[in-house]
Write a protein that binds this ligand. Structure first.
Ligand code: EPU
Length: 337
């Protein structure tokens, strides 16, 4: 294992922000991971996965460990279900494509989400009506303080909307090593109820889609709305969709009768942040090297040379304007570092 000094992280974050790591190690096995942790026992390392959900605003004056653990294996199977364990460093989308190639169902609606398998439980990734918490059985994680390997069951992860225990109670204490998913081998649950998927399938004249057709439809929708980080730096949705009290929503409706919403519970509703941002006039706007994507206002983009600070300034400006216009606070989904 090689430890680099003063290492550029530009290629390791999908926003494409230039920032340096004082020390950088890419680990390919659990032994290598333990070795590097033992070598720098006093330092709290920064754990880097696919770099797809973070905005770097400064050099990291510490040890950065890139988790490059690979491997996909069958943990157990019955006639109609299979449990697949994927190592943390596997690219998420390639893993989803692998499951589809094997005709294993459950992850197809989450095709083309950027990032690696190991970070999926941290924010309970989701798209088009599916979330990791619907298929995840458990994950194994290494406790940094002790080196012990611990199993977190689905329940122990305390999943919520883009939330888990790893963002809260045990933040920065564990390194996820692998994740196990329970997938279907037969009688797949095909969920196309999310509007855009049905429209896309109808456009292709597909009425009874299989896993691949659903995945292809999701890929087509995402490609039409979300910028490819290899072409235009971005981190997917920059904000969470705010969940607000129904009373506040009804109040806001009086001024803006068209605010869309999804029901969360009797007392709460979720409002699409993309709508609030678009209505605030930001969609497609460029501020120097930072901007708001022209096809999905929830996505902030780096046109090339933006610094993390410029991106943060833009994100705050958007938050303040949305608050002035609607009285609704939108919170970043991306980790600002
Ligand atoms: N909308 C606008 N203008 C925009 C964008 C959205 O008016 O520029 C409104 C429209 O009313 C639209 C609604 O927002 O109907 C929902 O838009 P969309 O279906 O694109 O989904 P989203 O709520 O903007 C969420 C996730 C995405 C995920 C999609 C599809 C969050 C924070 N984002 O976005 O996840 O792909 O649903 O399921 O929950 C990500 O987390 O990085 C991500 C891309």
């Amino acid at each position: 294992m090689h430890i680099e000094e003063n290492f550029s992280l530009k290629r390791y974050n999908t926003f494409g922000i230039e920032a340096k790591a004082a020390l950088f190690a890419s680990v390919e096995s659990i032994d290598e991971l333990k070795e590097v942790l033992n070598k720098f026992p006093e330092a709290t390392p920064f754990i880097l996965g696919g770099g797809s959900n973070m905005l770097l605003t400064q050099d990291l004056n510490k040890l950065v460990i890139h988790i490059n653990l690979k491997g996909i294996s069958i943990a157990s199977e019955t006639e109609d279900k299979v449990c697949i364990q994927a190592a943390a460093g596997e690219n998420w989308h390639e893993f989803v494509l692998w499951t589809i190639a094997h005709n294993y169902g459950g992850l197809q609606n989450m095709s083309l989400i950027p990032g690696n398998v190991g970070t999926t439980p941290i924010q309970n990734i989701g798209a088009y009506g599916a979330e990791i918490k619907n298929s995840m059985v458990s994950c194994e994680a290494l406790e940094i303080a002790t080196g012990n390997i611990v199993v977190f069951t689905n329940e122990a992860c305390k999943f919520g909307y883009r939330e888990s225990i790893f963002k809260n109670e045990v933040k920065d204490q564990y390194i996820i090593l692998n994740v196990t998913f329970e997938l279907t081998k037969t009688n797949h649950k095909i969920n196309t109820s999310y509007g855009a998927i049905e429209e896309e399938l109808a456009r292709q004249n597909i009425s009874n889609p299989n896993l691949r057709e659903v995945s292809d439809a999701v890929i087509a929708i995402r490609q039409s709305k979300l910028p490819d980080p290899k072409v235009l730096g971005n981190s997917g949705s920059f904000y969470k969709n705010p969940i607000i009290p129904r009373i506040q929503y009804e109040e806001a409706l009086k001024k803006n009768p068209n605010i869309p919403h999804y029901n969360v519970s009797e007392t709460e509703v979720k409002v699409p942040a993309g709508w609030l941002i678009e209505q605030s006039g930001f969609k497609g706007k460029r501020f120097g090297e930072a901007g708001v994507h022209d096809k999905q206002a929830l996505v902030l983009v780096n046109y090339g040379g933006a610094t993390g600070a410029e991106m943060v300034d833009l994100s705050k400006h958007i938050q303040e304007t949305v608050f002035q216009n609607f009285g609704i606070h939108i919170e970043a989904e991306v980790n600002i570092i």
